[in-house]
Design a protein around this ligand. Sequence first.
Ligand SMILES: Cc1cc2nc3c(=O)[nH]c(=O)nc-3n(C[C@H](O)[C@H](O)[C@H](O)COP(=O)(O)O)c2cc1C
Length: 330
Amino acid sequence: MRVLKIGNVEIKGKVICAPMAGITNLVYRKIAREYGASLVYTEMISDKALCFQSANTYEMIKLDKKEHPVAIQLFGGEKEYLVKAVKIINETEADILDINMGCPVLKVLKSKAGSYWLKDLEDTKDKIEAIVKASTKPVTAKIRLGYDESNINVLETVKMLEKAGVQAICIHARTRSQLYRGKPQLEYIKKAKEIVSIPIIGNGDIKTIDDAIAMLEYTKCDAIMIGRGAIGNPWLFTQINHYLQTKERLKDPTYFEKLELCLRHAKEMCEIEGEKKAIKQMRTLTCYYLKGMPNSISLKNKINKVETYIEFAKLIYNYEKELEEEKWKQ
Ligand SMILES: Cc1cc2nc3c(=O)[nH]c(=O)nc-3n(C[C@H](O)[C@H](O)[C@H](O)COP(=O)(O)O)c2cc1C
């Protein structure tokens, strides 16, 4: 297998797990790695929250030996805080420092962070150079095509980032104003790949093996990144890896395999987040695990009301029994 290198970090495989705020905590990342993601990212981490030693934020950058290689993703708007935050991240075991230049959320834009960085590339270059200089880890960036449809500047951005010392770039093939809607415009990833020599990671709407192949073959990107398509379905990492190695398509997991993983996810979340918070977070995640399963609406409604792991697990076991009795065919 060809190994992708980001700086001195070896990424063994072409399928990467996307950073997702509220989702890619330690438990999620460990599961993603186990099922074949070759690189995982923390949720985006605020530079100021790190500098002001927010306990919550420090929890978010706790890493586990089993999840490497792992990137910590930083967002911020002011050079002074960014550089201080980079020095804090230098002290962690993270393999890569990633800069968020794609977040479209208004609150983030107001603090001149996220995709705000796509607006003024001169200023962004200045910040990136300071970050690269302060970082002891390879620096990567995650960008969009531009701020809006009339300001698509992805080609200029990748050139600038390469020159400023960034060692790989992930491109989400949408603009800031598209948010998560509209078809990703893959032709821009293809053009970007042609004009820089650092690795390019393609991102946007990869939900099946065929989407992955299309992204890799059309854009010639070095790796692909998957966000929403793998929530509740980390088997997608395994299936794509297996296809790339053998050209064979693995079967989808059974309902029971999905439910077992959902239970494990909940249990491990309780261990790290505390039961109340974990079970609340699992309400959303469980909907993803249950996607496409028969008669799951009433289960989802019940799960929205439980507060303990025991109650949660009972509901899942009862549903498993129902499935067995009904002998639902997949
Ligand atoms: C719930 C959610 C949270 C996200 N949080 C982040 C984040 O913290 N940092 C980031 O760079 N992108 C974030 N993204 C964007 C994803 O990383 C990814 O670029 C986007 O979802 C498109 O990929 P997909 O179609 O595979 O989901 C988030 C997306 C979602 C849906």
